[in-house]
Ligand binder design. Sequence first.
Ligand code: G3I
Length: 350
Amino acid sequence: MLTNIKNLFFLFALSFLSACSILPSTHLENKSHKGLKDIISPDKVIGISVDYLELKNNKTYSNLVKNEFSSITPENAMKFETLHPTDTISDFRQADYLVSFAKNNNLTLRGHTPIWHRQLPLWLKSKQRTKDQTRAIFDKHVVELISRYKNSIFTWDVVNEAINSDGSFRTSYWLNSLGKDYIKDAFILAHYANPKAKLFYNDYDISKPGPKFDAVYKLAKNLLKIKIPIHGIGFQMHLRPEFMPKESEIREVFNKISELGLEIHITELDIAIPLPASTEDIRNQNLAYEMVSRICKSTMNCSTLNLWSLSDKTSWIPSHFKGLGQACVYDENLNKKSAYDFLSSGLIKE
Ligand code: G3I
């Protein structure tokens, strides 16, 4: 324990110095650098979401993905709008590329995400259809995608973000067309398409007790009660140092999900800070990365920690939240940031 505190203090001091650009954050890097996947406990997985074009065209990016992580998640390549650009055209090229990249580099893949309210193409949402017609599109999409990769992908975010912050069901194209059973049906179809796959419900802002977490907990409990195949909950964890859940709150919700016998995946960790970032912002971001990674390491059912976007250059944050950014552990030039060192200090196996 004392060693941990000493390590943390050392990292904190270095981070403070590197944040003041006195020391490059890579100062901590020694020449025989091992990747995050090499230092993490063998029972945990450290993953990264990947941008198809960067992975395909940027050697530094793809080498970092291979050397640091043991799992990849397609950031957009397996979303409805990418796979079905028109009602008659299916395009799996990006998804196929990522699956072969994973296979060729001994990486596992998290399938993301068959059913979501966003990134649905206009042709789907703009046309009036009967419930049966929409049901046919829904069924075909889930079964076609998951069975296509039944020998390559064994973990899926089957349904993403179906609950509102007040705990109500989110109004969406799928809910409006098919009713609340679309969630249960998606899991049934996913299991039919690949009985070997672990099926997750994935959402954000559920990392502390509250109406949204309670609704996700209730959804999962009800699905389990009627024997619907659900195996875990994805905690996205798109966080902000100013609004961090307390460690005790994260542990509380993790424990409740564990009590259901479900796995916990941190699926989309990034920690956005206001720009231009102050030394204080960077220090708080570092400490947040350390806390989340340490909690995952010490939570038996937290089997995966996935970062969302490798670098500040490809992060979704700046284009979605004005004035926020620098959320990743690599900067826009793919240099390690002090956040990397704090993440790894929380993950390192004892
Ligand atoms: O593909 C078009 C391209 O043709 C066009 O030229 C370009 C400029 O408009 O936009 C491209 O689409 C963008 C798409 O990413 C693919 O790059 C969309 O504008 C952009 O909004 C979309 O952002 C994605 C976002 O989901 C959409 O909500 C992010 O990359 C992606 O990281 C993010 O990921 C989600 C997870 O899937 C679920 N959890 C939340 C997370 C953040 O929203």
